[in-house]
Design a protein around this ligand. Structure first.
Ligand code: AMP
Ligand code: MG
Length: 243
C-alpha cells in the first residue's frame, strides 16, 4: 500500500462545545488514511477542565436527543467501536452511555467466537445483536475483528477473510435500508501511549483484571494490525456506514 496519505477532514460533531482541537476524521471510501503514531496525538490538546466541561455539555444534549429518538421509534442507531487494546473503548462506553436512559440502549462486546458461532457465517452472532428500532446499540469490537484479528493472527486463510470487506459493506447496507443508522469509530492510540496504559494495567492491582497476555501478543503485531485497520477503514467507509 502506498505511503501517500491525505489528511482526513475534521468532523464537526464538537461544534459549539469548545472542543476546537478534537481530532475526529471522517474517512472517505478508498481514501489513503494516516494511522501513524503522530496521527494519534492532538497538537493543541484542550486542558482537562475544558474537556470535562465540553463533555458535560455534549452529554446533556445526548440525553435529550435519546429521549426523542426512542419515542420516535422509526430508526435504530448502531455505533461500532473498534480500537486496539487500551485505546479507550470501555471508557467511551462508560461516559457516553451514562447519558442515556438504560431502557433505550444496548451494549454488545465481541470476544473470540465460540464453537457454535464458528459453525455459522461470521455475521450470524453480530446480526442478532443489532439494535431494534428506537434503540441505540454499541458494539465493543464487532464484525471487523473478522478482518482484523482473524487476518493478523491467521485464524483463517486469506481466501476466507478477503471477501469479507464486500460482505461487510453489503451487510451494513442492508441494515441502513432497514432503518439502522450505522456509524463506526476507530479509537486510534499511539504505540507509546498503549505501552503506558498496558503497563498501568499490569502494575495497578485495581486494573489487573483488564490485562490479558493476548494484549502483548497483539501489541507485538503492531504493524500487521496497522495494515489491517487501514484496509478496513479504506474499504468499508461507505455512504451508508462511514468510519
Ligand atoms: P477485549 O476486547 O480486550 O476483551 O478482547 C476481546 C478479544 O477477542 C480481542 O483480542 C479480539 O481480537 C478477540 N476477538 C473478537 N472477535 C474476534 C473474532 N471474530 N475472531 C477472533 N478473535 C476475536
Ligand atoms: Mg484485550
Amino acid at each position: 500500500m502506498s505511503d501517500e496519505t491525505i489528511d482526513a477532514g475534521r468532523a464537526d460533531v464538537a461544534h459549539g462545545s469548545g472542543l476546537k482541537h478534537l481530532r475526529l476524521s471522517r474517512v472517505r471510501r478508498d481514501e489513503k488514511i494516516k494511522l501513524g503514531s503522530g496521527a494519534a496525538c492532538v497538537a493543541h490538546a484542550p486542558s482537562h477542565d475544558v474537556l470535562l466541561a465540553a463533555t458535560a455539555t455534549l452529554l446533556m444534549k445526548l440525553t435529550a436527543l435519546q429521549d426523542t429518538f426512542h419515542a420516535d421509534g422509526r430508526r435504530a442507531l448502531l455505533l461500532v467501536l473498534q480500537g486496539r487494546d487500551a485505546s479507550g473503548k470501555d471508557g467511551v462506553i462508560r461516559t457516553v452511555y451514562g447519558a442515556f436512559n438504560p431502557t433505550g440502549v444496548t451494549v454488545a462486546s465481541f470476544g473470540p467466537p465460540t464453537k457454535l458461532e464458528l459453525e455459522h457465517d461470521f455475521l450470524w452472532r453480530v446480526h442478532q445483536l443489532v439494535p431494534k428500532l428506537g434503540m441505540i446499540g454499541v458494539f465493543n469490537r464487532s464484525h471487523y475483528e473478522d478482518v482484523l484479528a482473524v487476518r493478523v493472527r491467521e485464524l483463517a486463510p486469506e481466501s476466507v477473510w478477503r471477501p469479507r470487506y464486500d460482505q461487510i459493506n453489503a451487510f451494513e447496507k442492508l441494515l441502513h435500508e432497514q432503518g439502522v443508522i450505522v456509524r463506526k469509530c476507530m479509537l486510534h492510540v499511539s504505540r507509546d501511549e498503549q505501552r503506558d496504559r498496558l503497563n498501568e494495567r499490569m502494575d495497578d492491582p485495581r486494573k489487573n483484571w483488564k490485562f490479558r497476555v493476548d494484549d502483548l501478543e497483539d501489541r507485538a503485531r503492531w504493524d500487521p494490525y496497522t495494515a489491517a485497520y487501514r484496509e478496513a477503514l479504506e474499504r468499508c467507509s461507505t455512504k451508508w456506514a462511514p468510519w
